[in-house]
Ligand binder design. Structure first.
Ligand code: NDP
Length: 480
């Protein structure tokens, strides 16, 4: 059984107290590896290593930092298949998805920020010839990066890469539920010759290792992606310590469909935006609003297509959906399906757990589920389920669609389907979310600001936003 180790000061080390946690393969329900159950002592060692590494790392020329990061991404690209398989075993997502999205995107994240740092320029402000101001942007020091289980290496590198590229040292914690690819990345960092202490990866529970990172006085910035409740707890701890925080949190994203849209394209994409990665993507659309005169057509076609989606072992190339990440999460999703029924919802398709045969008998599989007949403000329609479960609702007017779409405490992303350009622009401006996709979904340009409003988060990642987050600006004013 593979033993995952912490990566501290350039070495793979066991946790100080020797405690370990089980790591499950969701496709079989079996424990297949163990990971450190780290605590504040391990985080302390990681911070000491990062502090020692910071003077040299931050003083390196950006070209040298960039070259080292590119070496890591090059190694990752070479071992893409191995990492894709590891991600699939750890998370339960289909192998085709890890191979085509998760790992390639982790490579792109590193390449994007490693090269972006070479092009980064800070601002200058001329005061009509009286004085000139320029902004120095220095690395913050030690950044804490905490990432979730749904897109494990993808979101881990999305945080760690800009922090390192801008000259910070990092103490990072992947989700305890999916630690494997971050562990494998630490091996690549060693192979690439990343100086010791620059990146430290501490595995363990959020409430223990995660809390130790958030409360450590020498960690000056926290970049966190995860649930809204956890984000609130982190903010409550970090704010009085005057740490910089970036919080990418939950969503309950609306998909608004007008009858004039490109129907086939909308149908194909809405199936994907509902069920890709078992619906475990913060950007998935979970509330589908359909213009009333097209509602029945949508409901029938969408349910028929959903019924045909194959749920199966993640390594099977024909599985469209794999396993749910953990028993706990699987039970949570099932409890929401029960809640939906209790709230008066009608299950149009799905709604049940699936028992696979043979070695997959203990795995956690769910049917993709479509529900109708619920009020827009009930719990099923306002709380994040984060699984293969969507609701559909009819609407009459643009105003009504906006009221429903904006009617939750979340505001991460919205999807809008219409060929009416004026309506698209008008509604995009009124949707209360950090991202609006019109006639598409998950079309990502890494330069764009990424993040949510309301309870979906604070701050933005991506492009210059991430680089600004991981630097401290200082204005220098010179009188001429
Ligand atoms: P959690 O909030 O449970 O955990 C996220 C990470 O934080 C994990 O590494 C977790 O460790 C750690 N953590 C938990 N408690 C604490 C704590 N008190 N202090 C510090 N760290 C802590 O989220 P999930 O892993 O369940 O991820 C799913 C959530 O992430 C969903 O709500 C989803 O919407 C959101 N998400 C948001 C995205 C965005 O960009 N806005 C993108 C992807 C997901 P451990 O696993 O050990 O508990």
């Amino acid at each position: 059984m593979k033993k995952i180790l912490n990566y501290i000061n350039g070495e793979l080390v066991p946790p100080v107290k020797g405690k370990r946690l089980d790591n499950y393969n969701p496709s079989t329900g079996e424990v297949y590896s163990t990971l450190p159950d780290s605590d504040e002592e391990d985080v302390h060692s990681a911070v000491e290593a990062a502090k020692a590494a910071f003077p040299n790392w931050s003083a390196l020329r950006k070209e040298e930092r960039s070259a080292l990061l590119m070496k890591i991404s090059g190694l990752l690209e070479k071992r893409l298949e191995e990492f894709a398989l590891a991600e699939t075993i750890d998370n339960g997502k289909p192998l085709w998805l890890s191979r085509s999205v998760d790992i390639p995107r982790a490579v792109s994240n590193i390449n994007f920020f490693a090269t972006g740092a070479l092009h980064y320029a800070s601002e200058a402000h001329d005061m009509d010839g009286k004085a000139i101001n320029y902004t120095l942007r220095s690395p913050i020091g030690i950044a804490g990066c905490i990432s979730p289980w749904n897109l494990p290496l993808y979101l881990f590198t999305w945080k760690v890469a800009p922090a390192l590229a801008m000259g910070n040292c990092v103490v990072a914690k992947p989700s305890e539920v999916t630690p494997m690819t971050a562990f494998m990345l630490s091996e690549l960092c060693m192979e690439a010759g990343l100086p010791k202490g620059v990146l430290n990866i501490v595995h363990g529970l959020g409430g223990k290792a995660g809390t130790a990172i958030v409360t450590h006085p020498d960690i000056k910035a926290i970049s966190f992606t995860g649930g809204t409740k956890t984000g609130a707890a982190i903010a409550a701890t970090a704010a009085p310590m005057f740490k910089k925080i970036s919080l990418e949190l939950g969503g309950k994203n609306p998909v608004i469909i007008f009858g004039d849209c490109n129907w086939d394209e909308m149908m194909r994409t809405t199936i994907n935006s509902s069920f890709t990665n078992q619906g475990e993507i913060c950007l998935c659309g979970s509330r589908i609003l359909v213009e009333k005169h097209s509602y029945d057509r949508f409901k029938n076609e969408f349910s028929e297509k959903t019924k045909k989606l194959k749920v199966g072992p993640p390594a099977d190339e024909t599985s469209k959906l794999g396993a749910i990440v953990s028993k706990q999460h699987y039970e949570k999703i099932l409890s929401y399906i029960e809640l939906a029924k209790h709230e008066g919802g009608k299950i149009l398709c799905g709604g049940n757990a699936i028992k696979m045969g043979g070695k997959y008998g203990g795995g956690w599989y769910l049917e993709p589920t479509v529900i109708e007949g619920l009020p827009y403000n009930c719990r099923t329609n306002t709380e994040e389920i984060f699984g293969p479960v969507v609701t559909i609702m009819p609407f009459d007017t643009e105003e009504e669609a906006l009221k429903i779409a904006n009617g939750t405490e979340y505001g991460l992303t919205s999807m809008l389907w219409t060929e009416n350009l004026t309506r698209a622009h008008k509604m995009a401006a009124q949707l209360r979310s950090g991202i609006v996709w019109i006639n598409c979904w998950l079309l990502r340009d890494l330069r764009t600001p990424f993040g949510g409003v309301k309870n979906s988060g604070v701050g933005r990642e991506g492009g210059w936003e991430a680089m600004r987050f991981f630097t401290e600006p200082k204005n220098v004013c010179i009188k001429l």
